[in-house]
Design a protein around this ligand. Structure first.
Ligand code: CP
Ligand code: NVA
Length: 298
């Protein structure tokens, strides 16, 4: 593995290896080696972050490296310097980069021009680090994702949903996405995905029926905050006690956070499943350490 740019581009084996490695790193936290010793990793963020920033800073330090946080306002990227020039400079100075931004093409271009390991820490297209943490959480809570039904209720074409759809394609579990018609993945994307185990409907009850994992995310992703008319589409798509009535008896609820209680999830359900949801947040640290280890092994 040279980069982590998307779930789409990972192989099935790489996903399995990363989850195994994350579980091992979690079990041996504080007793591991320092594979990043002597390395500096740049964290280039053009969007807000709590979990991703903190888990990468802590994870890089725990593996012996030094994280250097660069918000877009700190560097010339914020004044219009090209991503490919930024990449060519940083590639000569630091050992790896973690990037949170808007366009997937920026992360791809950074990887190509910098020549250093590059990690997608969220773009408009994908959130691969989150999915790895979510899969680890499912394995911890349910033992496996095999023969489990996973439901995603919310924006059907957000970074989270797209990464979930690619994960389903790789791993073969049933994924039922329920979204308002205006927020569903376009036909071209579904044709490219070509995954008969992924279904899309506008009926949250159908998606949740018999599901072992119920997943949701904000209705307006970062960068869409002023699209108030989009938010109106989501009436009836809240994950709440009534919706979960027909879920599998031993279901879990996941939320990548931050959560907006009273919108995509009710206060009651978030608090009822807080143990799982905050374990999911903690797992960002372990999953990302597994990614860092895999990238420096090259
Ligand atoms: N889930 C997630 O990526 O959280 P942050 O935006 O706080 O990093
Ligand atoms: N879909 C959300 C995920 C936040 C972690 C967003 O992009 O804002």
């Amino acid at each position: 593995m040279k980069h982590l740019l998307s779930i789409e581009q990972l192989s099935d084996d790489e996903i399995g290896w990363l989850i195994d490695s994350a579980a091992h790193l979690k079990a041996t936290r504080g007793r591991g080696g320092q594979p990043l010793a002597g390395q500096t990793w740049a964290l280039i963020f053009t969007k807000s972050s709590t979990r991703t920033r903190v888990s990468f800073e802590v994870g890089i330090r725990e593996l012996g490296g030094f994280p250097m946080f660069l918000s877009k306002n700190d560097i010339q990227l914020g004044r219009g310097e090209l991503i490919k020039d930024t990449a060519r400079v940083l590639g000569r100075m630091v050992h790896g980069a973690v990037i949170r931004t808007y366009a997937q093409s920026d992360v791809v271009q950074f990887a190509a021009y910098s020549g250093i390991p590059t990690i997608n820490a969220l773009t408009d297209d994908e959130h691969p680090c989150q999915i790895l943490a979510d899969l680890l959480t499912i394995r911890e809570k349910l033992g496996t994702w095999e023969n489990r039904k996973i439901a995603f209720i919310g924006d059907g074409f957000s970074n989270m949903t797209r990464s979930w759809m690619w994960a389903a394609k790789h791993l073969g579990f049933e994924l039922a996405v329920a979204s308002p018609p205006a927020c569903q993945p376009p036909a071209e994307f579904l044709a490219q995905l070509d995954a008969p185990n992924v279904s899309v409907s506008d009926d949250p009850q159908v998606a949740v029926s018999g599901a072992h994992v119920i997943n949701t995310d904000v209705w307006l992703s970062m960068g869409q905050e002023d699209q108030k008319e989009k938010e109106l589409e989501f009436a009836g798509f809240q994950v709440n006690a009534e919706l979960l009535t027909n879920a599998a008896k031993d279901h879990i609820v996941l939320h990548c956070l931050p959560a907006y209680r009273g919108k995509e999830i009710s206060e009651e359900i978030l608090e009822l499943h807080a143990d799982t949801i905050f374990q999911q947040a903690e797992n960002r640290l372990h999953a990302q350490k597994a990614v860092l280890v895999a990238l420096v092994k090259q």
